[in-house]
Design a binder for this molecule. Structure first.
Ligand code: ATP
Length: 283
């Protein structure tokens, strides 16, 4: 069974067609990143999967369940998912540890409170009031609240916004450890390096439509794109774009009879490919 299965999903707000026919299948244990510019329809899609919004049309299955279903089955289903929203409501008068403890009570098989506080790097702030946290620390708490229930499926909507670079790297390690535990993760992010570091596959949404779903390495023909080779030749830096970098470097090696001065070989980054796709979609 797929963790998430969506076919023909549409959603409009009045005359705004936010989602225009999206198909998406995410396997159990997969980390999937949804990419797309502001207003592309990512949050709308994710909120439908979380059961917070009703689709206009389409079929949606999340862990085999229709998120709009109700009753006991819906409560059991909620117990199996974790959610980190883009913005969270304030519960500023609780401490970090009180708030995590409070939310752990909603789940049948929660992680330990101290384990979660440690995982999100808030040990030193455990006794602090939430309203006294910095923006990035607040975001770490949001992530802690999303994982306290030990979810099989975790939704992360722009989880590292406001994190400093070190916090972002340690968050990535945390997410990778969830992968090893078999947690399925649907992530939205504007950081292409984050998608590349974490995601098994990425999907690019623009104007409510899925442009492409692929691995970060193959998106938009990236793996077969031209490499740009540069090297120093006397006083000048020379560059050459080529589909056959190995053979070109072979030629340079014989030309220089050894070490090629200041050699670099650059392939397009995921961000280069993404911007090209989005740019083309605007034309
Ligand atoms: P971002 O990267 O900025 O978070 P997004 O890809 O998550 O963007 P959505 O929030 O899904 O985009 O918005 C898609 C479109 O739907 C936008 O044009 C937005 O203005 C519109 N929209 C979203 N929520 C509502 C709402 N509650 N009422 C009316 N329009 C909405």
């Amino acid at each position: 069974m797929a963790a998430i299965e969506v076919t023909g999903l549409t959603k409009s707000y009045g005359s705004t067609h936010a989602v225009r026919g999206i198909d998406l299948t995410i396997a159990m244990g997969e980390i999937f990143a949804l990419l797309g510019p502001n207003g592309a329809g990512k949050t709308t899609t994710v909120e439908i999967l979380e059961g917070f919004r009703a689709p206009d049309s389409g079929d949606v299955r999340v862990l085999g369940f229709d998120p709009r279903g109700g009753g006991h089955a819906a409560r059991q289903w909620r117990n199996r998912i974790g959610i980190v929203l883009q913005a969270t409501s304030d519960s500023g008068d609780l401490t970090v540890s009180e708030s995590i403890k409070h939310f752990s009570g909603y789940y049948s098989n929660p992680r330990g409170v101290d384990e979660v506080i440690n995982a999100v790097g808030l040990d030193e702030k455990a006794g602090c009031l939430i309203r006294e946290l910095s923006g990035g620390q607040r975001r770490r708490l949001d992530v802690g609240l999303g994982i306290i229930g030990n979810p099989e499926l975790l939704f992360l909507d722009e989880p590292t916004t406001g994190f400093d670079p070190q916090a972002r790297r340690s968050f990535w390690s945390l997410i990778k450890s969830f992968r090893n535990d078999g947690t399925t993760i649907l992530l939205t992010t504007h950081y292409l390096d984050e998608a590349e570091a974490l995601a098994d596959r990425v999907g690019v949404i623009n104007h409510g439509q899925m442009l492409e779903i692929s691995t970060p390495f193959e998106l938009g023909g990236r793996s077969s794109a031209q490499a740009v080779i540069s090297w120093r030749d006397g006083d000048v830096i020379k560059t050459q774009a080529t589909y056959n970098p190995t053979s070109f470097i072979g030629t340079l090696t014989s030309q220089f009879n050894g070490e090629i001065p200041e050699l670099t070989v650059i392939r397009p980054s995921l961000e280069d490919i993404y911007l090209k796709m989005i740019g083309e979609a605007h034309e």
